[in-house]
Design a protein around this ligand. Sequence first.
Ligand code: GUN
Length: 284
Amino acid sequence: MTLIDGKALATKMQNNLADKVQQMKDDYGIVPGLAVILVGDNPASQVYVRNKERSALKAGFKSETKRVPSSISEEDLIALIEDYNQDDTIHGILVQLPLPEHINDKKVIMAIDPHKDVDGFHPINTGHLWSGRPIMVPCTPAGIMEMLAAYNIGLEGKHAVIIGRSNIVGKPMAQLLLAKNATVTLTHSRTRNLADVAKSADVLIVAIGQGHFVTKDFVKEGAVVIDVGMNRDTDGKLIGDVAFDEVKELASYITPVPGGVGPMTITMLLEQTYQAALRSLEHV
Ligand code: GUN
């Protein structure tokens, strides 16, 4: 079994990105700028946002984090996004999800300029991805593709099974794997005989949000297992969706939690912000 070290790969890519950002400053005098909007005080979101800010600054980006109370109206939130849409020093805008109940997240995502939608959630970017022209791609699946490539894991003709059909992970993941000529099965909570379907996977991607849901009964010997889960066990310890200790005995490659997919998500966010800044040079 080979452990896929997402943290090491993320560090390497972020160091590389820091060099590219410096080069951009030297050559064009611009600094890629990322604005993150955090609504309310969800503890998990606060941690994610702090990590994003720290990594952005370390790589030499301009990083602006706007923390607003959960009582903010949808209208005021959209007005804030529109200000960032107009701001030439900001190339990427991310609204941390989930949003409070009274705010329609689809409407909020639609307000983001698609050129600055570094999460790849705007329907324009979803459409580009599904029509085979990825521009801004959701960061978690993009990070998983980078990990598979870095470990030379071929996908052509392989059976990839995804557990979880979210807009953030499962659906875009399916499209990215398909683009690499994998045969893709997208499963979800209503899938019958889920363990049997998962057991036919050469590559198993798990994003279901339930701690240790995937046991050895879901995994074929030699499968590649990617764990997107971030759950807390009863002791407050961070655990994945995969029962790592038993599954690692079967897998050929496996990602740990923490230190697997998580650090790659932030890396792709920065990479896409850098790419958006690069593209903005074409418009001036
Ligand atoms: N909440 C959990 N994951 C994500 C993500 O990738 N982007 C945003 N904006 N919010 C999230």
